[in-house]
Design a protein around this ligand. Structure first.
Ligand code: NAD
Length: 485
């Protein structure tokens, strides 16, 4: 097994296939956004068609063993994996911080723990899961959840560790073997997770990791007819490719895609809290699918809102993601920063007003927290996901206009409403075309609730039982009453 030392942590840089570390002739570089011009953090195996085929074969063999384990046996190994994630919290946090630029403190305090929780939740759900049994039409009916087969799990570069555990845990709990293909811009914590599955005691082939480029090994994996489920988080553009491959093989597919969430502030809200939360939509330098990037503020309170927003935005400290004093780290990659800046330049050229920020920071991959007042609701910066620290601000006169603006993009992942009125919260919340709506709060969510998007924000629902159902083939067994003893 080849390893690289990353922040004092030994990270495997090969694929894990059938319980063994396997290399590739080609590699790709993983560089740190904290110091882009330094030596690469690692040269990671660059999988190809043969790697994908070998991984699917191993996953088919792994499936025959893992799917035959009882729910209690699977649960025990998944709890063990959660224990190991907690034990390796600091290692995972430092590697992700270097690999993706994620805030170290936030990883350590929140996201690694959440990764462990994702495995615990499904370890508990699978043993608590009861088959539905009922009598009707002179029949005794039973619904069986059959494990579906090998599942390909494709994940994005933002919050890679946590997002991967969220998708891997339900697939494994349901009895499917998995092939995880993490993003090439932040591949390293997936390797730490794969290593921990060996220690936790997953049987060979139940858990496979394939590294490489999306258009190469990712495309080969999703096109393989041996795959029985595909679950993807990433951009709508990639989802369109994967959806075609899934259709070709008639394989169920879920897609958690981009967002362009509205953050709606009514005059009757606690403005201090609303504007503070709005300024913190720059968190993680805007590389958050759920972020409320379109600020929609009731006209009558705009000036007061802006005063509070500016106070909090002015206080944000850009710096090294490993330092406690830093609020915002760099963007993940120079190409991504160029994309983000392209949106801002086109906005300025089209007549949108850049009212704060608008520039890359010299000498690092940071981007200034940017606020834009668009010339119209059709502006590109209002309608397209930017995935950087760029927010827009628009005003509305009444509730109807707020709802119309909120629902005016092709996206529909999440929304935030800030109001002091319980009736308005429910009324406006129900009128929004999104998968999630938070009122006077953000991000906190019961993990058994459905999660997913509307429109080009996604297909299918994850979370709790919803993901278990996706990863299972449901069978109805019907026995004629009094025909058996
Ligand atoms: P991306 O679509 O470029 O890549 C995602 C993954 O797909 C990567 O692992 C990549 O290697 C792989 N891939 C690329 N082309 C492929 C192909 N042809 N076949 C198979 N796999 C392929 O997305 P990204 O830039 O890594 O992530 C950012 C996007 O993800 C944003 O749009 C963001 O909003 C979205 N996202 C959504 C959620 C959610 O839960 N809804 C969460 C996080 C990120």
């Amino acid at each position: 097994m080849r390893v690289s030392e990353v922040g004092g942590v030994s990270v495997p840089v090969d694929h894990l296939i059938g319980g063994k570390w396997v290399g590739s002739a080609e590699t790709f570089e993983s560089r740190s956004p904290l110091d882009w011009d330094a030596e690469p953090l690692a040269l990671v195996a660059r999988g190809d068609q043969a790697t994908a085929d070998a991984a699917v074969l191993a996953a088919q063999e792994g499936f025959s063993v893992w799917s035959a384990w009882t729910a209690a046996q699977r649960s025990e190994v998944m709890h063990k994996l959660a224990d190991l994630i907690e034990e390796h919290n600091e290692d995972i946090a430092i590697v992700e911080s270097l690999d993706m630029g994620f805030m170290y403190e936030s990883m350590k305090e929140r996201l690694v723990a959440r990764g462990a929780t994702n495995f615990r939740l499904y370890a508990d759900l699978i043993v608590a899961h009861e088959e539905r049994r009922w009598d009707a039409k002179n029949m005794h009916n039973v619904v069986q959840y059959m494990p579906a087969g090998p599942a390909v799990v494709i994940t994005p570069w933002n919050a890679p560790f946590m997002l991967s555990t969220w998708k891997l845990a339900p697939a494994l709990a349901a009895g499917n073997s998995v092939i995880h293909k993490p993003a090439e811009w932040s591949p390293l914590t997936a390797a730490l997770l794969a290593e921990l599955t060996l220690e936790a005691g997953f049987p060979p082939g139940a858990y496979n990791l394939v590294q490489g480029i999306g258009e190469e090994v990712g495309a080969a994996l999703v096109a393989n007819p041996g795959v029985r489920r595909i679950t993807f988080t990433g951009s709508p553009a990639t989802a369109r490719h994967i959806g075609k491959a899934a259709a070709e093989n008639i394989v169920p597919f879920t897609a958690e895609l981009g967002g362009k969430g509205p953050l709606i502030v009514f005059a009757d809200s606690d403005l201090e809290k609303a504007a503070h939360r709005a300024a913190w939509q720059f968190d993680d330098s805007g590389q958050v699918c759920l972020a409320g990037t379109r600020l929609l503020v009731e006209e009558s309170v705009k000036d007061e809102f802006m005063e509070i927003f500016n106070r909090h935005a002015d206080a944000l400290v850009l710096g090294d993601s490993r330092e406690d004093s830093t609020d915002l780290g760099p963007l993940v990659h120079p190409d991504h920063r160029a994309n983000v800046h392209g949106f801002v330049e086109r906005a300025a050229a089209a007549g949108d007003k850049i009212i704060r920020g608008g520039h890359p920071v010299e000498g690092s991959l940071h981007y200034e927290p940017t606020l834009i007042e668009p010339a119209s609701n059709d502006s590109e910066v209002v309608q397209s996901e930017i995935f950087g620290p760029v927010l827009t601000i628009q005003t509305f006169a009444d509730e109807a206009e707020a709802i119309a603006l909120a629902n005016s993009t092709e996206y529909g992942l999440s929304a935030m409403i800030w109001t002091g009125s319980k009736d308005r919260a429910e009324r406006v919340g129900r009128a929004l075309r999104t998968g999630l709506v938070w009122v006077n709060t953000f991000l906190v969510r019961d993990l058994t609730a459905p999660f997913g998007g509307v429109g080009i924000s996604g297909i299918g629902r994850e979370g709790g039982e919803h993901a278990l159902e996706f990863h299972s083939d449901l069978k109805t067994l019907m026995v004629l009453d009094d025909s058996v003893t």
